[in-house]
Design a protein around this ligand. Sequence first.
Ligand SMILES: CC(C)(COP(=O)(O)OP(=O)(O)OC[C@H]1O[C@@H](n2cnc3c(N)ncnc32)[C@H](O)[C@@H]1OP(=O)(O)O)[C@@H](O)C(=O)NCCC(=O)NCCS
Length: 179
Amino acid sequence: MIRLETERTIIREPSINDLELHHRLFSDDKVMYYLQDIKTKSIEESRENLLASIEDIDSEDRKLYFFKIVEKNSFEHIGDIGYTVTHFTPIGKFVHLGYFIHEKFWSKGYVSEAVRELIRFAFEENDVYRISTGCLSENIGSEKVMQKCGFIKEAEHKNVQWHDGKAKTRVEYRLLKSE
Ligand SMILES: CC(C)(COP(=O)(O)OP(=O)(O)OC[C@H]1O[C@@H](n2cnc3c(N)ncnc32)[C@H](O)[C@@H]1OP(=O)(O)O)[C@@H](O)C(=O)NCCC(=O)NCCS
């Protein structure tokens, strides 16, 4: 079981007891505006999504490393962060990073704080070689997290994603262990 700590937060594995708070986050229209493909529309969908992460925890070739970020003092659920393993290679795992938190916690530095710790964990303790991530370029807060945490811009794909009735531009970032 992985349990990480930052100045203000605890980053912990999910459990089935989290179903209610998991659903509240995953079904939130505003939080999930840029994450339509994983947004849930019912508690059953949220349960399936949560169980997929939980069931993967003990598997030998674990692919889903998704965690709950909770506030240290209040244990309030701030949001979720994690990565999916896209390739297992002899030099380490290639992973794709994602994060989303409740609106009341936005712009307070929580995600940057959590991402920095997750990067440390990935490279130092989880045999990760490459972390990739990306967002729509209009999602300024998300791109700022990438830049603040030392990610390197690799690409800008003009009008590549159909989102909310428009073709929108995506930016892609990466960080290698050696960087
Ligand atoms: C994007 C998100 C993860 C950022 O998390 P956060 O904890 O607010 O990020 P941080 O506070 O660490 O850093 C964000 C920075 O962007 C700034 N920012 C946020 N929204 C902004 C906006 N619309 N315009 C300009 N700057 C913005 C913040 O002020 C902060 O800057 P600072 O470090 O100079 O103070 C969070 O807003 C969120 O969960 N959004 C919904 C889900 C989402 O879009 N996830 C990413 C999908 S790719």
